[in-house]
Design a binder for this molecule. Structure first.
Ligand code: NAD
Length: 489
């Protein structure tokens, strides 16, 4: 492993055929950084099923202690893990370091959430005696991860699942498997065995195998809407399996009256272009009051012109790196050209300085004149701008999507924000803030094509365990008072 592929020709990023192996490439250079054969999914599931009952029978305090040790292991390896995230995804070093902090923070948040959302509760009732509500784990859960936050997002399913007493089979994205493997080692070093928290190497095929397997009790997924819909369809006849789907968005920002143009522009640019636009909550559509258009557009353009996009370890530090691979860069370029061909007007062109590498400049395009804008998630640094005349039109435009992940109103009055909050369909709705970076201590999820009403974040505890209600007395105690024939004693 580790052999460098040439970066000087068109073949640079296309992997030769290696048989059943997953190969991870560094987007910024095209070099191979990791490879491994795909895992035997049947065997992985057998192992997890054998190990799970003992894990579920551990006291909760033991499982909590072990995930806390995991946080310590991540802390010890923070730099190495961040470097791997940067290499494998192309995101800047400072951003990868922040991702590692989120991995660590997730542990305490999940412990609190478990206690608050799924702890045991008892209540006494004169008629029925004591009732108790306790939660049980589902069993063996498959966690399928995306490439853009290859440590933090799968971890946001894994930690709550382990606390609740599930065994986890974790299949990271085939585009970021090395990060996934490092994460798993941290769990193992903390004392959570590789049968309880099991890394499997694979791509979509192995993902499908996991989803369809009888030995899996549920699927916790973060990725694109297409894949999520596929998973949902596969499990349509399996109501016994828990399915949590965290999918993409076509997220709107509405810009209304505000004198704070510089701040507004910074919020919009950060929302649209952080992580080279590869965030589920990234702003894709700026819906702007027509009277604000001429003042905000030059601000946005000049700020976007100044953003450094470069390899993750460059000095000075870049704002953003490349997109994940050449195929993604090709697709985004095609989409940008499509928008142009259908009446879109470029405010800032999408530029790809090197045809053999997936670096893309931030791009801004006015699509007001396009009759039917495609409602798809363009997972890259492309922001559409749409001009509207009144607030009703702004809300209608914000809702002009089947997705429903994040939405922001920048500017406007409290009354306008109330209307925005009430009428815009999304799981994250902000005011005078951007769309990205929702709080760890809040539930995070979307509606429509963005999710299946099982938000992650603070509410992940809910889908990692199911409630069992128990009526309990210390002795059997009952009389049949009504409906008995007279007789007996
Ligand atoms: P993806 O859907 O291509 O892949 C996600 C995972 O699913 C990978 O592990 C992949 O191997 C697996 N997979 C692919 N096809 C499968 C199938 N048919 N059956 C089972 N598993 C399959 O997603 P991606 O490109 O890695 O990630 C980017 C997407 O994730 C974007 O759409 C983004 O918006 C979304 N995302 C959502 C959230 C959220 O919290 N809502 C967070 C981050 C990313």
């Amino acid at each position: 492993s580790g052999s460098a592929l040439s970066t000087g020709d068109g073949e640079a990023m296309s992997a030769p055929v290696f048989g059943p192996e997953i190969v991870s490439f560094e987007p910024a250079t095209g070099k191979e950084i990791w490879r491994a054969p795909v895992s035997d999914i049947d065997e992985a599931i057998k192992r997890a099923r054998r190990a799970w009952p003992a894990w579920a029978a551990q006291p909760l305090s033991t499982r909590m202690e072990l995930v806390r040790r995991f946080a310590n292991e991540v802390r010890k390896d923070a730099e190495k893990l961040a470097t791997m995230i940067s290499r494998e995804t192309g995101k800047p070093q400072w951003e990868a370091a922040a991702e590692v902090e989120s991995v660590i923070a997730k542990v305490e948040v999940s412990i609190r959430a478990f206690a608050e959302r799924t702890a045991q509760r008892r209540f006494d009732n004169a008629m029925q005696g004591t009732s108790a509500v306790r939660h049980k784990p589902h069993g063996v859960l498959a966690v399928l991860g995306p490439f853009n936050y290859p440590a933090h997002l799968p971890n946001a399913h894994i930690v709550p699942a382990l606390i609740a007493g599930n065994a986890v089979i974790f299949k990271p994205s085939e585009k970021a498997p090395a990060t996934g493997e490092m994460l798993q080692r941290c769990f193992n070093r903390a004392g959570i065995t590789s049968a309880i928290m099991q890394f499997v190497c694979g791509g979509p095929e192995e993902g499908k195998q996991l989803v369809a397997h009888d030995g899996i009790d549920g699927v916790l997924f973060t990725g694109s809407a297409n894949t999520g819909i596929n998973i949902n369809r596969k499990l349509a006849t399996r109501p016994d399996k828990i399915v949590a789907l965290e999918m993409g968005g076509n997220n709107p920002v509405v810009l209304w009256d505000t004198p704070k143009l510089t701040d507004a522009a910074a919020l919009i640019v950060r929302s649209a272009f952080s992580t080279a636009g590869q965030r589920c909550t990234a702003a894709r559509r700026l819906i702007v009051k027509s009277s604000m258009y001429d003042s905000i557009v030059p601000e946005l353009k000049s700020l976007a012109d100044r953003l450094i996009f470069a390899e993750p370890f460059a000095e000075p530090a870049p704002f953003m790196g490349p997109v994940i691979d050449n195929a993604a860069a090709d697709g985004l370029t095609e989409s940008f050209l499509y928008l142009l061909s259908r009446g879109g007007k470029a405010i800032k062109h999408l530029v790809r300085p090197d045809e053999n590498l997936p670096f893309l400049s931030p791009a801004i395009i006015d699509t007001t004149a396009m009759p039917d804008r495609p409602d798809v998630e363009l997972f890259g640094p492309i922001l559409q701008v749409i001009k509207v005349d009144d607030f009703d039109q702004a809300i209608a435009e914000a809702n002009n999507t089947r997705f429903g992940l994040a939405a922001s109103l920048i500017g406007g009055t409290p009354q306008e924000y109330n209307r925005f909050w009430a009428n815009v369909r999304a799981g994250v709705i902000n005011w005078n803030k951007g769309t990205i970076g929702p709080s760890h201590a809040a539930p995070v999820g979307g509606i429509g094509l963005s999710g299946n009403h099982r938000p992650t974040g603070y509410y992940a505890a809910d889908y990692c365990a199911y409630p069992v209600s128990s009526g309990e007395l210390d002795q059997p105690r009952a009389l049949i008072g009504i409906g008995l024939r007279s007789g007996g004693e």
